[in-house]
Every structure is written in C-alpha cells, then in structure tokens.
Design a protein around this ligand. Structure first.
Ligand code: G6P
Length: 615
C-alpha cells in the first residue's frame, strides 16, 4: 500500500526516487508521482498507472535537482487518476507533500479551509493536509519554520500518516513525520533518504533510523537530522545498522519474485530455526521471548491476531499450541477483534503474526490488548517494523525480504517459529513427553531437506496446473492441522490467478460446498497419512461419487488414495504436526503456474497490496 521515497543530497534525486519506487512496487498501487526541487522551481509529475507509465510520461521533461519526493498511491479517497496521485501541492505552490495513511478528520478540516479561501484540485485527504500546513505557516501570528508548521498541523490531524514535505524555496531541507504508517530515514554521507521501508536505500547506506509513532523529523543538509515528537519534545535519533542485502531484493534469475521465494523456502525455514534448535541436545530456545516465558507458560489463554496468510499461520499455531502446550487458543481476524469489545485479561497472551509488521488492523489489535493488560508477543518478518516494536517480546521469522504480494516463504517461516514456540512452551510446561519432543526436533531439523524434495515435484505440479488452469472454481479440503493449509491453498489461487476458490474442513463439505461439485470442479485435498486419513479418504469418495476431479496431496508411498484420485502429489513423510510445512508447497507452485498460464501479474496481483497500512 502507498509507497514513499524521498531524497536530499548531492545525487540526482529523480533517479534514486524512481528506482526506489520500483522497489516498493510490491506494496501494491495504482498511480505514481514525483516532485523535484530545482533552481527554486518545483517540477511535479503524476500519472495513473505504473511507475514505468510515469517515467514515459515524463520523457525528456526536466528531471534535474538533488532534492525530491516520490510516491506510489493505492487509492482510498477518490479513484486512481492523475489528479488524485501524489505529491499534492499547497495553494501557493511552494510546498508539496506525499502521504501514506488516512486523515480521518479531513472533511472537517477541508470545510474550514474552504471557508478561508482554499481551493482543492483532488478528492484526497492528503491535499487537505498540505493546505492545512500552508495555512498554519502563512497565517500564524508568529513566524514559523516549515518544521514547526508541519508539527502544529499534525497536532490537529486524526488518523494515520507517514508524510514527507518538500519546500520549493529551501533545497536544503525535507520534513517527515509518521503515525501508524512506516517511515525509515537513511543517513548517507551528506545525503538523506526516506522511504516506507529500507529497500530503496540499501545500496546507498546501512545506517537507518526507524521513525517512531508521533515523531517528526527535519532532514537538513547543514544541521543534520533532528527529531521531535508532535508534542514538541526533542528526541535523539537511534541509528541502527541495516542487515538487508541487495541480492535479496532482486529476482536472481527467476521469472518472478514469487517463484524465487517459493524456491527459497529450504533456506528460509532453515534461517527461521538457525541458532534456536539443537536436536542433539534436546534444546529449543527463542531468545526474544525468554523474558516472558513464564508469562506464556502460565497464560490462561492465547489469542492469535493476524490478517490474510498470517491468520492462516495462526490457525496452524492453534493446533500446535493446544497439542503441545495444552493452552486454549483463539485465532482472531485482527480487523474483527479490534472492534468487538473483546474480553481481555491480564493473564492473556496475545500473539500477533505479521510478515510486514505494519498491518494497520493487527497493530490496532495489539494496542487494544496492551491497554487491557495482556502480554504481547510479536511474530514478524520485517526487522524494526511497528508491530515488532509495539510488542513486549517476540521472535523474528528471518525469512528475508518477501517481495511477491502473495505470501509464501513468510508463511512457512511463521509456521516454523510457531512450532518452535509451542515446543519451547510445551517443554517448560511439561505437557509434552521427552520422547515426542526429541522426535519432533529431529523431524523439524529435516524439514528444509524435505521441502527441497517437495520442490522437485514442480514439473508434475505444472502439468496438473495446465489441466486445471481454465477452471472457474476450485475447492480445497483438509482436516485438523491441514485445514488451514486448505484455506491457504485457496487464498493463493484466488489472489494471483483470480479463480474463485474456497477452503473447507473436509467433513464440512457435505454441509454446502458439495452442491457445487460436478465434473468441471477440481477438488484439492490434503490426504496425508495421519489420524484423519481414513476420514479424508471417505470425503474423497464423496467427491468422486459426484464426478468431481480430485487432486490429492498424499504421503509418499500412499496406495489407497492413488487408486481413487485423479492425480496425486506425493510429499515426504514427517510428523503430523509438521505436514503443513510440506503440504503447502505444491499449492503455492500450482497457484503460481496457473497464474502464469493465465497471464496474470503474479507478483503484483490486481487490487492487492503487500502491506496493508490502512484499515
Ligand atoms: C495483505 C497481503 C497478504 C498478507 C496480509 C497480512 O493482504 O497481500 O499476503 O498475508 O496482508 O499481512 P502481514 O504483513 O500482516 O502478514
């Protein structure tokens, strides 16, 4: 969702901004724009469509200058068009602003500003903000700097924002601020970078400052970086070293980021476990939750909150924690939880799962539970993200940057961390036998290798994809811990190939979805050898009796399902609790191939955003 890139220094701002915006394309957007300061003029270019459309629209127009701001917009207020694209300029055309988030009280502010003579050219809440800044800057009784004017304007604003403001008359300075939307400052040698995440600046600097909620920053080429709170308190910038590598942000020979990320899973799962598990010593330890281990062990209840794919990981976590640590678990959509006046006690532990660590609803759910005294554990992929900072403790998933909008390696990394956490807590609580614990550790350590062999099935998955690529509907069935895998399989197909797909607990099929089954309908079933195997076999029979097509993910060597299913995909055998880590892989590949065959935009599916920073 909306991406921000800004630059001030000695290099050509336009080149850095365009490259940066391209790197943020994964967030999802529908228009783009830049404002460049050059010789006391402000050149503004905005276009509906992709960054490439913006670049060809600009053509040979003036792109000089070493100060600029850029933006990719995911429409909220007003349709995606050139006028609504950012940056937006003030009435006197001296200031321009890019914004990620939503100004909730924009219509009240807009009415007041119209009464004062302001005229607006777009439907956006953002344009209101830059007019408000101008109003305060121009009409205040005392002479204000732009920094002060922005700070005062923000104190009148309700909502979420990450903003950057450029001043046509001051090539030495950019002003930035954040509340509930991410913004990172990169510090170079005589230059500053600003972006929604660190990816646009990784080749220029390793020194970054993650702005905190309610902070405003002045990036001045003479006086350096100054940070204050909106309430006017000075803050000392906390400079962190970026660990991200440039190669992680490139396709590395793959056609799409999604495919690269699917293939990275043996490594990313390994990285999620690195230093945290040693089967030879019977050890599992997640350093980030150690201080809160007692609290989790004694929790009366665990509440998982998440959205999208991360919510599916939470469902897998429910089975893991209930089975291994015997703690009751509730899995909640963050968006529902936050508005439900939920019952939360001090003995509750809320586990927030998020790849980006910036999802607005998940963040709001955390804040709510924190206010009510619950302990917050974050499971995030992006280091330094808002959720990781809002949590009392947590574990990073260490999957590396995930660029494809459809989540793949982040999901398996989340499930890996949840498995480690459930094992650690179960052991401490004494709810898991030593034998089972040790066996699970050995099995877990061999998962990366088994994912590797599951990936070798790609060719046959591609053949199956070719057979079902023109389907209009698909059903995914699973039981127990594999029910969330069915949900995730269906979500992947929907997201990137636009085929309608639903995931169901296999036994629920007869309470509705069975009515949809005919000879056209592919039914993807997880039928691995576990406690529910025989029951799933019966469910497959029910599908076949109605001429449905069954594609089953089975345990290597399976005979029974092979005889009745149309196609089987054989995955390596492992502990029942670890099957999701393997069974999900063929579904990822299947969705990928079908999307490619249907000529869909795999990495940036229509209407979707990678990081949903508005509710
Ligand atoms: C968006 C993405 C999904 C993701 C969900 C939650 O909808 O497109 O892939 O699962 O947000 O994101 P999070 O970053 O919190 O895991």
């Amino acid at each position: 969702m909306c991406g921000i890139v800004a630059y001030i220094g000695h290099q050509k701002a336009f080149d850095i901004i365009i490259k940066g915006l391209k790197r943020l394309e994964y967030r999802g957007y529908d228009s783009a724009g830049v404002a460049l300061q050059n010789n006391s003029s402000l050149n503004l270019y905005k276009k509906k469509g992709k960054v490439a459309d913006l670049v060809s629209f600009i053509g040979k127009k003036d792109t000089n200058g070493s100060v600029g701001i850029g933006h990719t917009r995911w429409a909220t207020h007003g349709p995606p068009n050139d006028a609504n694209a950012h940056p937006h300029v003030s009435g006197h055309k001296k200031f321009a602003l890019v914004h990620n988030g939503i100004i909730e009280n924009y219509s009240v502010l807009k009415k007041e500003l119209i009464q004062r003579g302001h005229q607006f050219n777009s439907d956006t809440d953002t344009e209101v903000l830059i007019h408000l800044i101008e109003e305060i800057h121009t009409n205040s009784k005392r002479k204000l700097t732009l920094f002060e004017a922005v700070r005062i304007a923000l104190s009148e604003v309700i909502g979420a924002y990450a903003i950057v403001v450029i001043n046509k008359e001051n090539p030495n300075e950019l002003i930035a601020a954040r509340k509930s939307s991410p913004l990172v400052v990169g510090i170079g040698d005589g230059e500053f970078f600003l972006a929604s995440d660190a990816t646009p600046m990784v080749e220029f600097t390793k020194n970054v400052v993650y702005l905190e909620d309610g902070e405003i920053a002045q990036l001045n080429l003479d006086s350096g970086l100054k940070i204050k709170t909106i309430e006017n308190q000075e803050k000392t910038p906390y400079i962190q070293e970026l660990e991200m590598q440039l190669e992680a942000l490139e396709k590395g020979g793959y056609d799409h980021f999604m495919l690269k990320e699917i293939y990275e899973q043996p490594q990313s799962i390994h990285d999620s476990m690195r230093g945290r598990i040693r089967s030879s010593k019977g050890l599992v330890s997640l350093g980030g939750i150690k201080d809160y281990e007692e609290k989790i062990v004694n929790a009366k209840r665990l509440i998982f909150v998440a959205c999208g794919t991360s919510w599916h990981a939470g469902l897998v976590g429910e089975y893991l924690f209930e089975e291994l640590a015997r703690i009751p678990v509730e899995v909640e959509y963050a968006s529902e939880f936050r508005y439900r006046n939920p019952v939360i006690n001090e003995d509750d532990v809320l586990i927030a799962i998020s790849q980006s660590g910036e999802t607005a609803d998940t963040l709001a759910a955390i804040k709510l539970a924190k206010e009510k005294g619950a302990t917050i554990v974050g499971i995030c992929n992006v280091v330094g993200s808002s959720i990781s900072r809002e949590s009392h403790c947590g574990s990073y998933t260490h999957a590396g940057p995930e660029i494809g909008v459809a989540s793949t390696k982040a999901f398996t990394a989340q499930v890996t961390v949840l498995t480690l956490m459930a094992l650690m807590i179960g052991k401490k609580k004494g709810t898991i036998s030593t034998q089972r614990f040790n066996r699970l550790l050995v099995d877990l350590e061999s998962i990366p290798e088994k994912v590797e062999s599951t990936l070798k099935l790609d060719k046959s998955v591609k053949e199956i994809s070719n057979i079902y690529k023109d389907s209009s509907n698909a059903l995914y069935l699973g039981r127990g811990i594999n029910f969330p895998v069915a949900l995730e399989g269906a979500l992947k197909l929907k997201e990137i190939s636009y085929i309608h797909a639903e995931g169901y607990p296999a036994a629920e099929m007869k309470h509705g979805p069975i009515a949809l089954i005919d000879e056209e309908m592919p039914v993807f079933v997880i039928a691995t050898k576990d406690a529910s195997y025989e029951k799933v076999v019966s469910n497959i029979q029910e599908v076949k009796a109605r001429k449905g097509k069954v594609i089953a993910v089975v345990t290597k060597g399976d005979r029974e399902v092979k005889e009745i299913a149309d196609y089987v995909i054989e995955i390596p055998s492992t502990d029942d609790l670890l099957v999701p880590l393997l069974a999900t892989i063929p579904f990822q590949l299947l969705s990928y191939h079908i999307a490619v065959m249907r000529e869909c935009n795999v990495d940036q599916p229509r209407n979707l955003a990678k990081s949903v920073t508005v509710e």
